[in-house]
Design a protein around this ligand. Structure first.
Ligand SMILES: *Cc1c(COP(=O)(O)O)cnc(C)c1O
Length: 463
């Protein structure tokens, strides 16, 4: 029987010449198509030989063609591809953090489309610098004397420490020795940069005197790190960056401020008390650094602003070449910063800010719309509109919950775990949470066209 089934398996060429398969593979390299067909046949042989499969249907023409077709679709999928974020977590690190604004996306696409002025000055007709494209706009918007952009804020920390602190002591509070995730820990970066960490204070309390007493002729700078992803509460004290800046000025030492998130607009009325870039600038710190793809809402980047004499040192440092950003990043960043000329407009057009500032009422209306769209296609589903507590995410604003709304679905036909799996296995994965055997679609991170995509996919799954 086994041998008979094996014998009946179609040959590779036979499959490749099947009109339907031929159609599907027309635009893919022949070797890739052969590979896919071979792997399907290998898998079938294995299942037959192990006795797992004994039915004739397993080797039937239709079944083999169906399996091959499925595998071709799968093998044509990009590994890095868009998803629908139904989690309500705005800066979802696993899902690519900040969604770019329309203008930023357009700028990225345009610069990717052909040659660009990356290191060319068309007015002068000779070589230009890649730093200039965003420097002007960032200086204008932030009021900084100078600016530099590197790969991410971790890279920014590294180059700032290497350029200012190598061979010297950097004074940091014990309450601010942050781990951002993975291998990024302030003490480790410090070591890599060639600077020596001089810890002061305790986990919960650090006073200005602690910094003062630690200053020696070996001190390179005073550093303040925003505790982006945790809060120390209770019996605590830390030194405001303004006071540190005063001390730095008195003692002739630069003050570095790692701001983390890069929030550019004041959101205290929304209960978000993150320090803004403007606050950092006004504090008197000499060098300020922050991420491009956290609360700023742009592409992944590390932005360093501050005194020209320090920034110039970084630009000349060998790490500058290693940590430099690509043209697409610069294009996205330039377009993102341009939108901050009008902060109110930025709140509307930069997705991170727009999602952040959406009201509970607005989101409830969206959840109701989502519910109607699902019920229209799956009348026997159970869909409720419920309050949700969202997070900003991305290692920012710990403890801050954003009140919003979710469409919460369950079906008698299928378990929530099954539906969740099917939602994420499509060409366009839809990522949702499961809570108490129900599917939770948080509306804060879902656009209107995506509502329809979710409803369509649910109809397919629950058909
Ligand atoms: C997020 C963060 C970083 C790292 O930024 P990336 O852009 O993720 O590299 C560094 N410092 C602080 C305080 C942060 O919040």
């Amino acid at each position: 029987m086994n041998r008979e089934l094996l014998r009946r398996l179609p040959k590779v060429d036979e499959i490749l010449n099947d009109p339907e398969v031929a159609d599907q593979i027309a635009s893919m390299p022949h070797e890739q198509a052969v590979d896919v067909v071979r792997s399907v046949l290998d898998e079938k042989r294995r299942a037959i030989l192990s006795g797992e499969e004994t039915s004739e249907d397993f080797v039937s023409h239709d079944r083999v063609m169906r399996d091959v077709t499925e595998h071709i679709i799968f093998s044509c999928r990009k590994s890095l591809r868009p998803v629908v974020n139904g989690t309500g977590v705005i800066l979802h690190t696993n899902l690519g953090r900040a969604e770019l604004s329309k203008k930023a996306k357009q700028a990225v696409a345009e610069v990717a489309d052909r040659y660009s002025t990356l290191e060319y000055d068309p007015e002068a007709g000779h070589r230009g610098s890649r730093h200039t494209h965003v420097e002007g706009i960032i200086r204008k918007i932030t009021g900084a004397e100078a600016c530099m952009v590197v790969n991410n804020n971790a890279a920014a920390t590294m180059i700032v420490l290497a350029a200012i602190g190598a061979g010297k002591e950097m004074i940091v509070s014990r309450g601010e020795l942050v781990e951002i995730g993975g291998a990024f820990r302030i003490p480790d970066i410090m070591e890599q940069s060639g600077a020596t960490l001089r810890e002061v204070g305790t986990t919960n309390k650090t006073r200005l005197k602690d910094y003062e007493n630690a200053i020696t002729e070996n001190t390179g700078a005073l550093m303040k790190v925003h505790t982006s992803n945790y809060r120390v509460i209770g019996f605590t004290e830390d030194v405001p960056v303004e006071d540190l800046a005063d001390l730095g000025r008195k003692r002739g030492l630069p003050v570095i401020y790692d701001l983390g998130g890069g929030l550019m607009v004041d959101l205290t009325d929304r209960g978000i008390d993150e320090p803004t870039v403007e606050y950092g600038m006004k504090s008197g710190a000499d060098v300020i650094l922050f991420s491009g793809d956290k609360l700023l809402g742009g592409p992944q980047a590390g932005i360093i602003i501050g005194k020209k004499k320090y920034i110039d040192r970084m630009k000349k440092h060998p790490l500058a070449r290693i940590l430099r950003v690509d043209k697409m990043t610069l294009a996205g960043l330039e377009a993102t910063f341009e939108q901050y000329y009008d902060p109110e407009e930025a709140k509307r057009s930069i997705p991170v800010l727009r999602m952040l500032t959406r009201s509970k009422e607005d989101l409830t209306r969206d959840a109701e719309r989502m519910r109607a769209k699902i019920l229209e296609r799956v009348p026997d589903a159970e869909v409720a509109v419920e309050r949700s507590m969202g997070m900003i995410g991305g290692g920012t604003t710990p403890g801050i919950l954003l009140e919003g709304a979710a469409a919460v679905l369950s079906s008698r036909k299928r378990s929530a775990a099954y539906i969740e799996e099917q939602l994420r296995l499509g060409d366009l994965p839809i990522i949702v949470r499961v809570h108490e055997n129900r599917i939770v679609i948080d509306m804060r991170t879902v656009s209107e066209p995506e509502q329809d995509m979710i409803a369509e996919k649910l109809a397919e799954i629950l058909a």
